[in-house]
Design a protein around this ligand. Structure first.
Ligand SMILES: [Zn+2]
Length: 354
């Protein structure tokens, strides 16, 4: 096709490969897209886009029965994402908080895997299976409700160091009873012949507290991210992508045993929203199925009431007969770039913190 461009513009365009794409040639177009999407890594295809591409670009809107609207920004939730790590952490705290407030005396079990065994807990399947085993063991020991989460790394090293944390209702245990419970958990989580052959076993710690301040601190500690840099273990990062790491069991229908301190106001607001309630009216929220670009939220003059949570003004009637001033341009929205898997993950993260 002959070009109608001014020839003097050509050298400038040559500096920008993007401008050279030939939309009339499907082969070249495919090649162009593939080249653009590729990041030199051994991650699966859907994971090759860096998370900044979809972290925080979409939001979800909910409203109560009176039309009071609220918006929530959707984070990618990956532990190593610097953009959303703190926000996601706070969201996890907010989600667990109403349950943890029902615990008067909180006990925390930590189960650490010896180095030789870590190799066997590196996939979603095995992490899920070990989680299930620990929950079953704790139930059998009489802990009728609890919460559980994996930490993938320790604080001291960048070497894979998986440990399970479980919080339950619990208090003082006599040395004999503590030993009995530890042995029981060990037997349920690691085959005895393996432990005997290795000459090593699971390391198990037990702590308890009745101080609300310490309980809150424990909640914060457990829900934190430990996989802080994808480069520590790229293969693991790809393998555990989409793992639902926060899990609870049992009934949580008791009254609150302690109150949050005043300085955690934004956590209290987030906890309300995460329970599906409007933070001001206290009425149940209905979330819209359609995810919207975050830019659209910003354009509506929102009030940020907690990081990533916005009150929206009432809807104005849209003016009539006003189409786009640029009808020949395709609408460009950030969510166009998301893969179905990324969109699904955002939706899942909205419903349950992964
Ligand atoms: Zn993120």
């Amino acid at each position: 096709m002959p070009s109608n461009l001014n020839p003097s513009a050509a050298p400038v365009l040559e500096d920008y490969p993007v401008a050279r794409r030939d939309l009339t040639n499907p082969v070249l177009e495919n090649h162009y897209l593939e080249r653009e999407a590729k990041v030199p890594t051994n991650l699966p295809k859907y994971e090759r886009k860096p998370c900044k591409d979809f972290c925080g670009v979409l939001a979800i809107i909910g409203q109560d029965q009176d039309g009071n609207r609220i918006a929530k920004r959707l984070w990618c939730g990956r532990e190593w994402c610097e953009k959303c790590r703190d926000h996601s952490h706070n969201r996890r705290i907010a989600r667990w908080l109403p349950r943890v407030q029902q615990i008067e005396s909180l006990a925390c079990w930590t189960v650490t895997y010896p180095k030789e065994v870590r190799l066997f807990v590196r996939t979603k399947k095995s992490l899920r299976s070990q989680k299930g085993k620990l929950i079953r063991a704790l139930k059998e020991l009489g802990y009728s409700r609890g919460m559980i989460r994996w930490h993938f790394f320790g604080d001291q090293s960048t070497e894979y160091h998986p440990h399970q944390n479980a919080i339950v209702d619990g208090g003082y245990l006599s040395p004999g009873e503590l030993q009995r419970q530890k042995d029981f958990i060990r037997r349920k989580l690691l085959k005895r012949f393996m432990a005997n052959e290795l000459g090593k076993d699971l390391e198990i710690h037990y702590q308890y507290t009745t101080s609300p301040k310490k309980i809150y601190h424990k909640l914060k500690y457990i829900t934190r991210a430990t996989f802080l840099d994808q480069s520590w273990d790229e293969l693991l990062a790809a393998k555990i992508y989409g793992l639902r790491n926060n899990n609870t069991w049992g009934k949580w229908d008791q009254s609150q045993k302690w109150q949050l301190r005043h300085r955690n106001r934004s956590i209290a607001i987030m906890a309300k929203v995460e329970q599906g309630l409007h933070p001001i009216s206290g009425k149940p929220l209905t979330w819209k199925k359609q995810l919207v670009p975050f830019a659209l939220i910003l354009s509506q003059d929102p009030t940020e009431i907690a990081p990533g949570y916005y009150l929206l003004p009432p809807i104005r009637q849209p003016p009539k007969n006003r189409g786009s001033p640029f009808p020949y341009l395709q609408p460009y929205l950030p969510n166009d770039r998301l893969t179905p898997k990324q969109r699904l993950r955002l939706w899942q993260l909205h419903q349950a913190e992964l």
